[in-house]
Design a binder for this molecule. Structure first.
Ligand code: NDP
Length: 505
């Protein structure tokens, strides 16, 4: 496997949760797999005061916790941690950057590193602008080698703020130097959508409006908002899950085959999908909020009683929506998104429902709706299932729906790599295929923004409540037309669509 060029990784916000739980453990895994550059150092930077040794000790705990039962060898952890250094400074104060610049230069000299630096912004989003500005002011955005900057989600809170953030970043870095991360894209099954579609000849002829009846993309959680009330109050399910994760999944499913398998060709196709989205009709978008209930056997409080949530909050914790893509491949095929917190089941999956046979000869299952679904599971286990009808043994011709299952971990003797492992390796290699490009991001916000505006003007009228631990509000289930033969985790969409009417709106 290709190894990245020698380089330095600077993590801003390095005293935080993301760094400890995800970034450092993923870098450790890359170290174990011998995928880090031959010469490589990590510099964590944040306001908290730590010596290098204290910081390493804190990260050691994170690595051990992340490994679960697979206890890593201590000498391996210690050898990895020798690559890790810490620098205490305030990232919002441009006058402190010359010290950071000096520390970077010192480390580069010590380890004979070329002037190649990745800046990873693992800070609250309000710091993205000052960090980009300060890097530019101190000429730390340019180098004799290269610079890359990784920006965590959320990338803006609406179209206007996303455009502004793009402008700030673009004033300091070129588009090819900016990596907007969405950790869903690092999941094996998500990348596998591209391989499934573009390395197999059997799916492509069916992958269109002639054979596909509808597509559901869902991400449901049993957990509530935990201690993230402050963040969630300003986000809500539409921004937190749909604008980024679910839309990226949808783009991989809906895109045309790229001209070449390179980052720009793939991102061109993703952008085209977003630009082809038909504005969602307000009655096709249902938002909900959980009230108290029983989740996984425990009594849990409602959203409005969670910590840091306003008593009369109208923030949505659930969204079900139906929409269409105005292009030749998908015109008239309804796509469904469904996401929510404190729902009955934890699951992320894509269900492609194929059209029914024109005649139904047999009894049993598959008589009313199609028996054929391709299910791409992302959580809790990554895998793919193909469902079809077969004859029940014995007299007559009774049909039962059966499933051919593939679990993705059966391809790997080891556990599956964490999404961050793949994405960190890609940015070190300079491969932006799985990162969002600015034009795609803007197009996705152009689709989402009118819904936010609509909700702002009718905040209370359009909010439906559901008990924690249930399948969501009735209005959402009605939109998804849940039936007994439900397949998708948010309910099965109607077999009879009124999409032609909506498509021509
Ligand atoms: P934290 O809230 O833990 O913040 C990270 C660090 O940023 C803190 O330790 C703090 O370090 C520094 N910081 C916080 N506020 C300020 C401030 N006002 N001025 C200067 N520094 C500040 O964030 P996370 O680690 O949880 O997440 C980082 C980013 O990643 C966020 O944008 C988040 O949305 C995103 N993200 C996080 C995920 C996660 O699982 N945690 C998952 C997906 C995305 P110090 O006080 O030492 O300066």
């Amino acid at each position: 496997m290709e190894k990245p060029e020698n380089q330095l990784l600077v993590i801003f916000g390095a005293s935080g949760d993301l760094t400890k739980r995800k970034l450092i453990p993923s870098l450790f895994e890359l170290f174990l797999r011998r995928l880090l550059p031959d010469k490589f150092l990590i510099l964590g930077a944040a306001r908290s005061s730590f010596t290098d040794e204290e910081y390493r000790l804190m990260q050691k705990k994170g690595i051990i916790e992340s490994q679960g039962k697979r206890l890593p060898e201590e000498r391996e952890v210690d050898a990895f941690l020798e690559l890790v250094h810490y620098f205490s400074f305030d990232p919002s104060d441009c006058t402190q950057y010359p010290r950071l610049k000096e520390r970077i230069a010192g480390l580069q000299l010590e380890a004979s590193l070329p002037d190649n630096v990745v800046y990873y912004l693992a800070t609250p989003p309000l710091l993205y602008k000052p960090i980009a500005e300060c890097l530019k002011k101190n000429q730390m955005n340019k180098s004799g080698g290269w610079r890359r900057i990784v920006v965590e989600k959320p990338f803006g809170t609406d179209l206007k703020s996303a455009l502004q953030l793009n402008n700030f970043l673009r004033s300091a870095f070129g588009e090819k130097e900016i990596y907007r991360i969405d950790h869903y894209m690092g999941k094996e099954t998500v990348q596998n959508i591209l391989v499934l579609r573009f390395s197999n000849g059997i799916f492509e002829p069916l992958w269109n409006r002639n054979y596909v009846d509808r597509i559901e993309i869902s991400a449901t959680e049993t957990l509530g908002i935990e201690n993230r009330g402050k963040y969630y109050e300003s986000a809500g399910a539409l921004r937190d899950m749909i604008q980024n994760h679910l839309m990226e999944l949808m783009a991989f499913i809906a895109m045309e085959p790229p001209a070449m398998f390179d980052p720009e060709s793939i991102r061109d196709e993703i952008t085209k999908v977003f630009r082809s989205l038909h504005p969602a009709a307000p009655h096709d978008v249902i938002r909900g909020q959980y009230t108290e209930g029983v989740a996984e056997g425990e009594n849990v409080r409602g959203y409005r009683s969670e910590k840091d949530v306003a008593a009369g909050s109208v923030t949505e914790t659930y969204v079900a929506m139906r929409f269409f893509i105005d292009n030749w491949r998908w015109g008239g095929v309804p796509f469904y998104f469904c996401t929510g917190k404190r729902l009955a089941e934890k699951s992320s999956e894509i269900v492609i429902h194929f059209k029914s046979t024109p005649q139904h000869f047999f009894t049993g299952e598959c008589t009313g709706t199609s028996c054929n679904q391709l299910v791409i599971r992302i959580q809790p286990d990554e895998g793919i299932s193909l469902r079809f009808g077969l004859k029940v043994p014995g007299a007559g011709f009774e049909v039962k729906q059966v499933s051919m299952d593939f679990r993705y971990d059966s391809l790997s003797g080891d556990t599956l790599p964490d999404a961050y492992e793949r994405l960190l390796l890609d940015v070190m290699l300079g491969d932006s295929t799985l990162y969002s490009r600015s034009d795609a991001l803007v197009a996705s916000w152009e689709f989402i923004d009118p819904l936010l505006r609509e909700w702002e003007s009718a905040a209370k009228r359009n909010l439906f409540f559901y008990s924690a631990g249930s399948e969501g509000p009735e209005e959402g289930l009605a939109l998804l037309q849940k039936t007994e033969e439900c397949c998708g985790k948010c309910g099965e969409a109607s077999a009879v669509n009124d999409h032609d009417e909506v498509f021509s709106e």
